[in-house]
Design a protein around this ligand. Structure first.
Ligand SMILES: Cc1ncc(COP(=O)(O)O)c(C=O)c1O
Length: 396
């Protein structure tokens, strides 16, 4: 039916991607400057990016790395997570949240989510704690912070570490404090679709001593200022003190990051405007549920995820997405719950029935286009396309 949009809907000519990167002339000039500087790997721009990022989120210190996945892996290593340990995390996340736990030799214990935010459910966390539990790895899903007070209270009662997966959470706040400045360690992502990007990249925040150790883990376990060894002030001598990773960020990436960070407030203002426009268009609609923002929270609005009320329409989520695509609206699904993937099902025997909230919501979620480059016309087009489809497929 939508092919050709014959009836009453004028299809826009260009495809609308759900989250393209926003690269400006400043980023390009700074990257070129780096390329010409003779110093392209970890150097002065990484150091500046780390300092400015730590200050921005209110963290004592920060370590720039090549991905959020690396940041999480390093955090687990610094906390000494090892074989036999269990780390509790959410079932509704990207696979790398759980992979890093497995790569440390530990077991990812998946729990169900809260119905409104789809964030990790603290009551399920409490039920999953055993004598082998060492850490909780909450994910601030879609940029909406988890209930940090409750998580911290449980963590301190059971002597557990908290490692926040903050891949989506720049710049989110919980009770007036930025994520990254909550006292525990947090891992941010600068992947191409994130609120700021360095192409690939990540940042780990935490206490000074924690980040000092993390820095050693991030570069082959080499002590001291080993990564400066090729500079005039450096020395060829180094000592390897642990079996580290190769996860350092380059100055080329930091060159982008420095300018992306400066532009973040204006990116964010536009994201919030787009969200307001979506929210007011979707309020009180019987066929879908818009996302929430709880009291005391400022979401990073990394992703705008609606949920279809499937009993009101005669198509399923997948057909809805296919039809939106034909109308040149790019969407996605975040996420396929981990227990639906072959690996997690086969290795741990996780079953969909054990996660009623994640399972019942998975079939309903659609991620809409959300980025600072959207014009009001783009947003109105997405809204019109969705309303049109819902009307065409309404059961009543
Ligand atoms: C929730 C979550 N955690 C971790 C990651 C991994 O981030 P990166 O690609 O920077 O390793 C992602 C990536 O999209 C993610 O969505």
């Amino acid at each position: 039916m939508i092919n050709g949009i014959n009836d009453g809907f004028k299809r826009r000519p260009a495809f609308l991607p759900f989250s393209p990167p926003q690269i400006g002339e400043e980023e390009i000039a700074e990257v070129v400057d780096t390329l010409k500087s003779g110093w392209i790997t970890t150097g002065p721009k990484v150091k500046r990016f780390e300092e400015e990022f730590a200050e921005f989120v209110g963290a004592p210190a920060a370590l720039a790395v090549n991905s959020a996945t690396s940041a999480l892996a390093i955090a687990l290593a610094v906390h000494g997570i090892r074989p036999g340990d269990e780390v509790i995390t959410t079932s509704m996340t990207f696979c790398s949240t759980a992979h890093v736990i497995e790569q440390a030799g530990a077991t990812p214990v998946l729990v169900d989510v809260e119905p409104d935010t789809l964030n990790i459910n603290i009551n399920q966390v409490k039920k999953a704690i055993t004598e082998n539990t060492r850490a909780i790895l909450p994910v601030h899903l879609y940029g909406h912070p988890c209930e940090m007070d409750k998580l911290q209270e449980t963590a301190s009662r059971f002597n557990l570490k908290i490692i926040e997966d903050a891949a989506h959470a720049l710049p989110a706040s919980y009770k007036g404090r930025r994520i990254g400045g909550q006292g525990s360690t947090a891992a941010f992502s600068f992947y191409a679709t994130k609120n700021i990007t360095t192409g690939e990249g990540g940042m780990l925040t935490g206490e000074n001593e924690f980040i000092k150790q993390a820095r050693v883990w991030s570069l082959h376990g080499m002590s001291g200022d080993a990564h400066q060894r090729n500079s005039k002030e450096g020395t060829w001598k180094y000592d390897v003190v642990l079996p580290g990773f190769k996860s350092n960020m380059t100055d080329i990436q930091a060159a982008m990051g420095l300018h992306q960070l400066r532009r973040l407030p204006s990116f964010q203002a536009r994201r919030q405007e787009v969200v307001r426009r979506y929210n007011s268009a979707f309020a009180n609609m019987a066929q879908l549920q818009p996302p929430v923002e709880r009291n005391g929270i400022s979401s990073a609005w990394h992703l705008y995820v609606i949920r279809l009320n499937l009993d009101t329409i005669d198509i399923d989520r997948d057909v809805f997405i296919a039809e939106l695509r034909k109308m040149n609206v790019g969407t996605s699904v975040h996420f396929i719950p981990l227990y639906f993937h072959t690996h997690f099902r086969n290795r741990y025997g996780y079953k969909a029935d054990d996660y009623p909230v994640a399972t019942s919501n998975f079939n309903r979620i659609i991620t809409l286009p959300l980025h600072p480059g959207l014009t009001d016309e783009d947003v109105d087009y997405v809204i019109a396309a969705i309303k049109y489809l819902l009307e065409c497929h309404s059961k009543t």
